[in-house]
Design a protein around this ligand. Structure first.
Ligand SMILES: Nc1ncnc2c1ncn2[C@@H]1O[C@H](COP(=O)(O)OP(=O)(O)OP(=O)(O)O)[C@@H](O)[C@H]1O
Ligand code: SF4
Ligand SMILES: [Mg+2]
Length: 348
């Protein structure tokens, strides 16, 4: 396994308390595969991305669990070793392309510094940068390398960051909402590009997103996070076809029809994600869950296998809700069926 995360709990210092931001998370990423991590704002997606990239901000701490990359215990690695891994074996594509590049240092110099960090010999750097820029379909690399980030569009900056990430041929790329700041057309181009590079180079990707459409278009597996916990995980097609956690079901319902995009705003799930300082007892989703039963108010469900290769943390599960509560009458969320999203079609 390329990446193996088990029992991961991350806390953040709030006042004089350590608040769990991610609780007991476990998942794996096989070489060359794309894992989507999806969930609303505050679910803990970026925290997981930062743990893997070794970029946890001050005040955050891995309280328990293990993170193993290519057999190496990441949290136990020295700061020097982490820096060495980041850039050479693991690359990070951040959310905000414009603020991730220094606006007053030329693209060429920033690219060269990145390659120097990854120990690419000086004489090869220009050629490696030009090839990587061509891979992300940025032509005329000489002219581009001489420019400054403030002279480029957001989409071009994001392509430069993707080129930098792939240039050193890492085994894993962690992309934290790499397209959120871009307009819909550029978003679709960037996602297609990531899919192509994954196919051509065999680089595994952890794709953080709040958008189930991105998951449908790009990923082979998906983790659904709610309030710091993984509530469902499994193969994308299976989860789109047969979600078992009511939160996953709600997320899929909130995707508008592709042909309705122009007319309809994204429907959101009613209610708010809980305050992690004072999470609700029992299942954390119970204040918003249409299928809750009495037990959900008091007892915390654990992730368990609900179908081959599919885990969900729910006392009821959609299979039972369908059978006993007629949930299927409410909406059909299968891909291609009305509210679903077909593979390859991306929605905002
Ligand atoms: N510096 C901080 N101190 C304390 N709590 C924080 C800090 N930064 C983030 N958090 C909290 O950690 C939780 C998880 O944050 P995280 O950034 O991982 O969520 P996310 O799923 O990436 O959300 P988004 O979609 O908004 O990026 C949130 O509840 C957030 O309020
Ligand atoms: S455990 Fe209960 S409240 Fe939580 S998602 Fe399942 S049915 Fe809803
Ligand atoms: Mg985030």
């Amino acid at each position: 396994m390329l990446l193996d995360v088990a029992g991961l709990t991350v806390t953040a210092r709030v006042g004089d308390a350590d608040v769990p931001i991610v609780r007991d998370a476990g998942f794996t990423v096989a070489p060359g595969r794309i894992l989507g991590i999806v969930g609303e704002s505050g679910a803990g997606k970026s925290t997981i991305a930062r743990v893997v990239a070794g970029l946890l901000p001050p005040g955050f701490r891995i309280a328990s669990g293990s993170v193993t990359f290519e057999g190496e215990d990441l949290p136990a690695a020295s700061a020097a070793r982490r820096r060495e891994l980041l850039g050479r074996r693991i690359a990070f594509i951040p959310q905000a392309p414009l603020s991730s590049l220094n606006p007053v240092v030329s693209v060429g110099r920033q690219f060269a510094e990145h390659l120097a960090h990854a120990r690419v010999p000086r004489a090869e750097r220009r050629g490696v940068a030009a090839r990587a820029l061509a891979e992300v379909r940025l032509d005329d690399s000489e002219a581009l390398l001489a420019r400054y980030p403030f002279q480029l569009s957001g989409g071009m900056c994001q392509r430069v960051l993707i080129a930098m990430a792939f240039a050193t041929n890492p085994a894993l790329i962690v992309a934290d909402e790499p397209t959120t700041a871009l307009d819909v057309t550029v978003q679709a181009q960037i996602l297609e590009l990531l899919g192509d590079l994954n196919r051509d180079l065999g680089t595994a990707i952890v794709m953080i997103t709040h958008n189930m459409g991105v998951v449908a278009g790009l990923c082979s597996r998906v983790l659904v996070m709610y309030a710091g916990e993984i509530v469902e995980q499994g193969p994308v097609e299976q989860i789109f076809e047969n979600p078992q956690h009511p939160y996953t079901w709600s997320l899929l319902r909130s995707i508008p029809r592709v042909d309705a995009l122009r007319h309809e705003r994204l429907r959101s799930i009613e209610g708010l994600a809980p305050d992690l300082l004072h999470p609700p007892a029992g299942c954390r989703f119970h204040p918003r869950c249409p299928f809750r039963i009495e037990k959900c108010f008091t007892d915390e469900p654990r992730l368990q296998e609900v179908a081959p290769d599919q885990l969900a943390a729910c006392w009821v599960t959609m299979a039972r809700a369908r059978k006993e509560m007629g949930a299927d009458d409410l909406i059909d969320i299968r891909p291609g069926a009305g509210s679903g999203v077909r593979k390859g079609e991306l929605t905002d």
